[in-house]
Structure formats: structure tokens, C-alpha cells
Ligand binder design. Structure first.
Ligand SMILES: C[S@@+](CC[C@H](N)C(=O)[O-])C[C@H]1O[C@@H](n2cnc3c(N)ncnc32)[C@H](O)[C@@H]1O
Length: 212
């Protein structure tokens, strides 16, 4: 994350003082550490975080020990089952950061899969929303899911040193710009997983398997 995004994430956590937070894609722990710092500033010992990533081996031992005070690490691919594990651990999610694979199918899958487990009024953040595949996933999601489109919290972005331009038909010629933090809010009155006290989850929001 670039500096404006980090500042926005820190301020959002400070401002909303969530009881919990889920991160899809943690890598070296940069965003989780920002969330943890904000929680420490709030002095909220009951906060619970969860991170899902295929590997946490890139987090330094000191940072991992620090994060383990508040965060659970679920080393798995993002799926209904790994999200259910996080949900069992920390309850309906108040804030979710989606920052894993940035192609359109995976960005859409991650949002659709986590959505039933988000608390009504809860927040879904997308990192790298400037990137056209994430941008277009968000454009689709707002037409499918009951969310308020809160727009960009940060537009700041940048390009790779030698940016490529896509050659496929859909995005041909578009510039690859990273960065951009985007926010959706689950509408109040939408169901959450823990409200479905018996029976299946709200199936129409669940994507059972990923395209690739
Ligand atoms: C952009 S990095 C996350 C950066 C981190 N949020 C930060 O700001 O410091 C993306 C991470 O997502 C993980 N990832 C990508 N696809 C995934 C998947 N399908 N399931 C779980 N983790 C995934 C990668 O292993 C990588 O660590």
C-alpha cells in the first residue's frame, strides 16, 4: 500500500473502532500491522483480527509475534471454508480488506464469497482499485450485491517501472495503475451469516468454486 492508503486505512480503523477485521491477502503483514497500530491507539483489547493467505512465511518473526496478540492466521486459499473458519473465530466481519489476486475473476470471487459473512453495515475495502480488473470487478459487484457504493477513499496510485499494456480485447491499451482504496458498505437490512440461524447460507450470494 502507498502512504495515502496506509493513512486512510489507519484513520478508518481509528474512526470506526471495529470489533473485528478480516484481511484477504496479507503478504508481509503491512496492512495488518497498520490495523493493529490503530487498535492499539484505541486501546481496544477485545478487538479480533483474522488474516487469510496461502502463506505467512514472508512476515518477519517479530511482526508475527506482535500480530498474534490480536490476529489469527489462516494459512489457506480464500474459499467458503477458510472464510467460515475466520467467521467462527471472530464473528460477523465489520471491516474486510480484499487484497489478494487482482484479476477480475478472483477479485469478484473474493468479494462474493466473503459477503454473506459481513455484518449489515459492514465495510468491504478493495486495495488496488485503480487497476482496471479490480475496478471492473467492483463495477459488477455493485450491480449484484446489496451494497452502498462509497467510492474511493484514496485515489493515489502509481505504475510499474516498465508498465505493460494488456493485449486482450477487454482492456486493450489501458494503463496499468496500481493503488486506489475503494469502499463498499453492506446495506443495513441485508442478511448476515449468523442471522441465518438454521438452514443454508443466503445461497445466491455464494460462489461455490473459483474459475481458476
Ligand atoms: C498484495 S499482497 C497483500 C498485501 C498486504 N495486504 C499489504 O498491504 O501489506 C497479496 C497476498 O495475497 C495472497 N493471495 C493471493 N491469492 C490468494 C488466494 N487465492 N488465497 C489466499 N491468499 C492469496 C498472496 O499470497 C499475497 O501474500
Amino acid at each position: 500500500m502507498n502512504l495515502p492508503q496506509r493513512l486512510v486505512l489507519f484513520s478508518l480503523i481509528l474512526g470506526l473502532a471495529p470489533k473485528n477485521y478480516l484481511e484477504l491477502g496479507t503478504a508481509r503483514g503491512g496492512s495488518a500491522l497498520i490495523v493493529q497500530k490503530a487498535i492499539q491507539c484505541l486501546g481496544n483489547p477485545d478487538f479480533q483480527g483474522a488474516c487469510i493467505d496461502v502463506s505467512f512465511s514472508r512476515i518477519s518473526p517479530e511482526h508475527k509475534t506482535d500480530l498474534e496478540r490480536h490476529f489469527r492466521f489462516i494459512e489457506a486459499s480464500i474459499s467458503v471454508s477458510s472464510i467460515i473458519r475466520a467467521h467462527r473465530a471472530i464473528g460477523d466481519f465489520e471491516i474486510v480488506l480484499i487484497d489478494a489476486l487482482h484479476d477480475i475473476d478472483n477479485a469478484r470471487f473474493d468479494a462474493m464469497t466473503v459477503f454473506p459473512f459481513v455484518r449489515p453495515g459492514g465495510v468491504i475495502l478493495f486495495d488496488d482499485a485503480n487497476y482496471f480488473e479490480v475496478r471492473d470487478a467492483i463495477r459488477e459487484i455493485v450491480t449484484i450485491l446489496p451494497v452502498e457504493d462509497c467510492g474511493y477513499l484514496s485515489r493515489h496510485g502509481g505504475q510499474d517501472a516498465a508498465p505493460l499494456r494488456p493485449e486482450n480485447d477487454r482492456w486493450r491499451g489501458e494503463e496499468i495503475i496500481w493503488g486506489g482504496l475503494y469502499m463498499l458498505r453492506k446495506k443495513l437490512g441485508s442478511p448476515s451469516a449468523s442471522e441465518a440461524k438454521s438452514g443454508p447460507l443466503p445461497g445466491k450470494f455464494v460462489v461455490p468454486s473459483r474459475k481458476y
